[in-house]
Design a protein around this ligand. Structure first.
Ligand code: SF4
Length: 246
């Protein structure tokens, strides 16, 4: 199994849609007396090209690199830094970089000139937390030159009808989950099951990642401690491998 690493070339973000309301970057920064709206390049900026004393890559080939999880890779405020970040990804074809964005509408203007139909080592996931964001972002995402696509419906804030959007092009499938942390908004199991049904009908993989902190099932609302949110989703046993089920 490949190792995974985090790479946060910049830190901080700007809230742009309902899913951002309880953003964990803001929450964690606030607990340290910092303001996540102050966006800065980090000391880890050059991490993908760093080597240890033996001259080996600090992040070995074959690793999965969770990229920019304390910001958004396509953030406007990072426009001046991104070309260098792309360049590091270009120099490490043996790594698999993965980032999740709420700014897929900015992708085209942010791509490097040699991007072509997408780099094999860069996976870009698109977040849709509600119907409005799905209807806005998914047509753009579908048309975008990205080798492997995954939709992330997290925090899921209501029923989402994806039927006009999903299909075999979505090889990475749909990942859904509730909201964690203080002030988390409700997630209903019905919403999750409905997404699962849509994926099964469209032949798209589906993964129920976590319940979130406030979860409604069978008419009852449950407060779920953080340590149980992932295990309880797993225990539901509703993941789907993408075979078409009609
Ligand atoms: S885009 Fe992501 S990182 Fe940025 S404010 Fe929204 S939730 Fe937070």
């Amino acid at each position: 199994m490949s190792e995974s690493f985090g790479w946060n070339p910049w830190h901080g973000c700007r809230k742009i849609s309902p899913g951002c309301k309880n953003c964990y970057v803001y929450r964690i920064d606030a607990s340290h007396g910092r303001d996540a709206s102050e966006i800065r390049k980090t000391a880890d900026f050059g991490l993908p090209l760093r080597r240890n004393r033996a001259g080996e890559w600090k992040i070995p080939d074959g690793s999965l690199v969770y990229t920019c999880f304390s910001s958004d890779f396509l953030l406007k405020e990072a426009d001046g830094w991104r070309a260098e970040a792309w360049d590091m990804m270009r120099q490490r074809p043996g790594l698999r970089f993965l980032f999740i964005t709420k700014r897929i509408d900015r992708l085209e203007s942010c791509l490097p000139p040699d991007w072509g139909n997408g780099w094999e080592n860069v996976e870009i996931c698109c977040t849709c937390e509600n119907q409005e964001m799905a209807d806005f972002r998914l047509p753009i995402y579908r048309a975008a030159p990205i080798v492997r696509k995954t939709v992330v419906c997290e925090p899921l804030l209501g029923y989402i009808d994806l039927s006009n959007h999903i299909g075999p092009w979505l090889a990475g499938g749909v990942i859904a989950g509730g909201e964690s942390g203080e002030g988390a908004r409700l997630c209903r199991y019905d919403w999750i099951l409905d997404l699962r049904r849509q994926c099964a009908e469209a032949g798209v993989p589906f993964h129920f990642k976590q319940t979130g902190a406030l979860f409604e099932k069978d008419g009852r609302v449950w407060r779920i401690p953080r340590r149980s949110q992932h295990p309880q989703a797993k225990a539901a046993g509703i993941d789907h491998d993408g075979r078409i089920l009609l």
